[in-house]
Design a binder for this molecule. Structure first.
Ligand code: NAP
Length: 487
């Protein structure tokens, strides 16, 4: 059993080989995350990073780029850290380049006494993953004396078929245990808190089922538009970009059964079961349970179809709302309402668990508020519980009260960024917070049914104005069930 406890002082030794080392993700997320681990002493002397991409950079230039990507306040430490970075101009399709890469990797392994541990971070388009995996094996860049782990970014395919092909192209060379599929939502503190709240408290654990929960609501709203990702987004849309991965991962954490132990194998097993239990819709059910929409110009902001690189008749959805059904003993009959979109009122990630009212309520004449457990993942990182209490004073009136259940930060620690946590997990070989292939597979099967129904449907997308919380049809989805969005 792999127990997921890692002392922050544990030192790690590894050679990182980052494919796409000049890219946006590497600069914005990976280098700052590695620096945070360096500052904590987790990676220290025995680590090195090879950044690869086609452009002909020197080590010095690469190190300067790495320094620029780091927080400004600690320039001396940044320079010491960046001295561990090396650049290799490399076209992933060119076999010759892997020969040079192998020599550099061996040299750095000896220089930093790394002991053969390698992490291959594929921070580039998934169409290259197969060829990289193949070359890493055929050119013997993987080592025999340490671990060899591959970290893969989303998107993992654009439907089940392409994901299965992609998975096959990697699994030919790397076993599932060595493949770490990133869903950075799983590295977020408040998403990780879901299991603590559910399974660490009998008051929630015993109520976490269809006898006591009325419905679940998940909102991942973004205030930005497509920005510079227009090319990718136009081929993906909100369903593939946000629902297939982040939202369904949150659904699995909310609906999974209690794992036998807090361990990678048991948690992943239950998550897989939770995703398998999602009802895959028939086309008519998609029309009844899902809404797709596109943002329209409003409040001085352009509509989606007026954005650069977007077709003027684009049918890509920038908003999805849906009602999910789970065929499990504990969640049958509990609707899960989900919602995500761009150019919404506010950037927020939030989960609301709405409990059923007290049966035989003696305060029935008082319009009691629902008990709602709210997990605000972003921006605040807070947990609260809405309860009813007596109003102070004469008479007997009740009022709602928010209990703040947010974790107390006793040492005033800075909350680590998702990428920092996930890189540390990958270094420690702990895949609990990465998605297993079977999770990916069930998620795509669920999403493909919706996508196919939309593609074959004559019904046009609906519209919503920039700065709103989506189209009225998303509200109607709940209104028809006599419910409303809490957020
Ligand atoms: P990006 O900025 O376009 O970077 C792509 C990288 O790939 C560049 O370093 C590019 O450098 C390199 N590259 C392209 N073709 C190559 C080739 N034939 N051989 C070697 N290197 C090549 O993309 P990104 O935004 O960093 O995203 C990388 C991956 O992460 C994508 O799969 C994306 O979907 C995913 N992702 C990104 C974000 C994000 O916030 N950026 C978030 C989630 C997921 P050269 O041009 O110099 O070769």
């Amino acid at each position: 059993m792999k127990v997921v406890q890692l002392k922050m002082s544990t030192k790690q030794q590894a050679l990182f080989i980052i494919f796409g080392g000049t890219g946006d993700l590497a600069k914005r997320k990976l280098y700052p995350a590695l620096f945070a681990l360096y500052q904590k002493g987790i990676i220290n002397e025995h680590f090195a990073v090879i950044g690869t991409a086609r452009r002909p950079w020197t080590d010095q230039h690469f190190q300067a780029v790495v320094c620029e990507s780091l927080p400004e306040q600690d320039a001396a430490a940044a320079r010491k850290f960046a001295a561990h970075f090396y650049y290799q101009s490399h076209n992933v399709n060119d076999t010759e380049h892997y020969v040079t890469l192998k020599k550099l990797a061996q040299k750095l392994d000896e220089k930093y006494q790394i002991g053969g541990n390698r992490l291959f971070y594929l921070a580039m388009s998934p169409r290259f993953f197969g060829t990289i995996a193949q070359h890493l094996k055929s050119q013997e860049i993987v080592t025999a004396d340490g671990y060899n782990r591959v970290i893969i970014e989303k998107p993992f395919g654009h439907d089940y078929q392409s994901a299965a092909e992609l998975n096959q192209s990697i699994s030919k060379y790397f076993s599932e245990d060595d493949v770490f599929r990133i869903d950075h939502y799983l590295g977020k503190e408040m998403v990780q808190n879901i299991l603590a709240i559910r399974f660490g408290n009998n008051i929630f654990n015993s109520l976490w089922n269809n006898r006591y929960i009325d419905n679940l609501q998940i909102t991942l709203s973004e205030s930005l538009g497509v920005e510079e990702r227009a090319g990718y987004y136009e081929t993906a849309g909100a369903l593939r970009d946000m629902v297939q991965n982040h939202i369904l991962q949150i659904v699995s954490l909310l609906t999974m059964k209690m794992p036998t132990t807090y361990s990678e194998a048991d948690i992943r097993r239950e998550k897989i079961c939770a995703l398998k239990a999602l009802k895959v819709y028939q086309p008519q059910e998609v029309a009844e349970n899902f809404v797709r929409a596109q943002y329209q110009a409003a409040n001085g902001l352009k509509g989606y179809r007026q954005e650069d690189q977007i077709a003027s008749d684009s049918q890509t959805e920038t908003f999805v709302a849906g009602k999910l059904k789970v065929a499990s003993e504990n969640f049958a009959g509990v609707p899960i309402y989900i919602r995500t979109g761009k150019r919404l009122r506010q950037k927020a990630t939030r989960i609301d668990v709405i409990f059923k009212p007290v049966p035989g309520n003696i305060f029935a004449d008082q319009n009691l508020a629902d008990n709602i457990l709210t997990i605000k993942v972003e921006p605040e990182g807070k947990v609260s519980l809405q309860v009813n209490v007596k109003k102070i004073g004469q008479g007997y009136q009740l009022q709602e009260q928010q209990l703040d259940l947010s974790p107390e930060n006793r040492n005033g620690q800075q909350i680590p960024e998702a990428y920092e946590k996930l890189l540390l997990d990958a270094l420690a070989g702990d895949a609990t917070n990465f998605t297993h292939w079977e999770e990916v597979a069930y998620s795509w099967k669920f999403v493909d049914a919706i996508r196919q129904a939309w593609d074959n449907s004559q019904q046009p997308l609906v519209e919503y104005p920039c700065g709103s919380m989506g189209p009225k049809q998303a509200d109607e989805l709940l209104a028809i069930d006599h419910r409303n969005w809490i957020y």
